[in-house]
Write a protein that binds this ligand. Sequence first.
Ligand code: XMP
Length: 516
Amino acid sequence: RLLIIDFGSQVTQLIARRLRELNVYCEIHPYQKVTEESLKEFDPRAIIFSGGPDSVMREGSPRPPKAAYELGVPILGICYGQQVMMHDLGGRVEAGEHATAEFGRAYVTPTKDHTDLLNGWFMDATGKEQVWMSHGDHVAEIAPGFEVYGTSPGAPFAITADTERRFYAVQFHPEVHHTPNGATLYENFIKLAGFSGDWTMGAYREEMIAKIREQVGDKKVICALSGGVDSSVTGILLHEAIGDQLTCVFVDHGLLRLGEAEQVVNMFRENYNLNLIHADESDLFLGALEGVSDPEVKRKTIGKLFIDVFQKYADQIEGAEFLAQGTLYPDVIESVSFSGGPSVTIKSHHNVGGLPEKMGLKLVEPLRELFKDEVRALGHELGLPASFIGRHPFPGPGLAIRCPGEITREKLDILRKADAVYIDQIRKHGLYDEIWQAFAAILPMRTVGVMGDGRTYDYALALRAVTSVDGMTADYYPFTHEFLSETSTRIINEVKGVNRVFYDCTSKPPGTIELE
Ligand code: XMP
């Protein structure tokens, strides 16, 4: 197994992710916890020093134990990790001046024949590799035994290695997306460390289960299950780990899609035999939303009620000490905030944040290290049906934000039916997996139409479909005219109360994905 010593970089988890993609087992340990003894006990086959925000010239800045260099295992130092390595082994690091600091895209050129680490790099016609740099300080003198293999304008020692001792150190971040061939570098590193690459998601599942058992002991846990992938995987994983010590609460706010509540509840009860409370509180939510048309008021009303309701049910579970949440790694980084600056609130997103403090519960967050696609892979491993794993995201406030203006039961009913027809069309045409998210929204207006020989005065619908990677930006999906006209016809014929269908061809930005 591989040990990543974390010096506090924002992207350390990405290193772990790259290694998992290469089927290598790794653990991230914060530098404060790594001691000579813990190193011996962990017995790593290779070590990676992550980047970090500090400066090695500062007294008391983070360091690995000296013993790390004496284990005889390969070490890869990244950014701050490179500077630490050079500093510890007899090189010299200089504070960054404006001219040598580099942030963003840079190009490394080779200065020497390839080492094992670089095998497969610099192979394109330009003889340069695009890399991502983010450093103020830089190495000014390399340590004895090292040679330079690549250089960039701001980092004369962009790639350095002591191939004898198998110590490798790079100034850039090979783990990020903006170093397009970075994965090759990790692959070469783990090969030369002798990993066979046979670690799997199945093994991860077992580790998670063991960790949950260790954390929870014989205490009780509650979990808010929404039917989305993250909370479903969290629930099932916990159920596997602690069985009946877990109770899940599915808060049904009456703003779910057609048949959704039953599908979710049945799936969990039948397939997993999970303790599940179906909290049907639609009257409460719809009552509170009566007459509300302001989007933010809607969101806040739902968010607050959700917490109240969840708490009410949780209070019935005697002795619950933990709250399980499907927090993913991107949620963790976002909440740490890269820039440090406050950003404008576009929409108050609904989640259960704030719950644990209020309820005095401790958190169990088994997915905290994972990315969405890894959660899907884990869900697959846990036997979640593919139709569940691949579901489009669905927002916490549900159909409320797909019903601009005032929400009525009649409108919700129409919306549910129309949305089901639309999604059915998308599935029939084999487009569901190509689209990141698709849904219908009911517009706050009626328009005139003619059906048969009569006049109609009914609701208009907007159909939305987008492609996206993370929901932060999105393009509208380019359906064919045939698809759109067939879908429009079906909706108007099959759903009473709709006589007009629009297709929303706004990307994000400037539009958001949801209508509110
Ligand atoms: P927007 O509309 O902000 O949506 O472009 C981006 C993604 O986030 C989802 N979304 C939410 N998810 N609670 C959620 O859990 C919310 O309050 C919420 N609002 C939007 C939206 O469906 C899309 O996937």
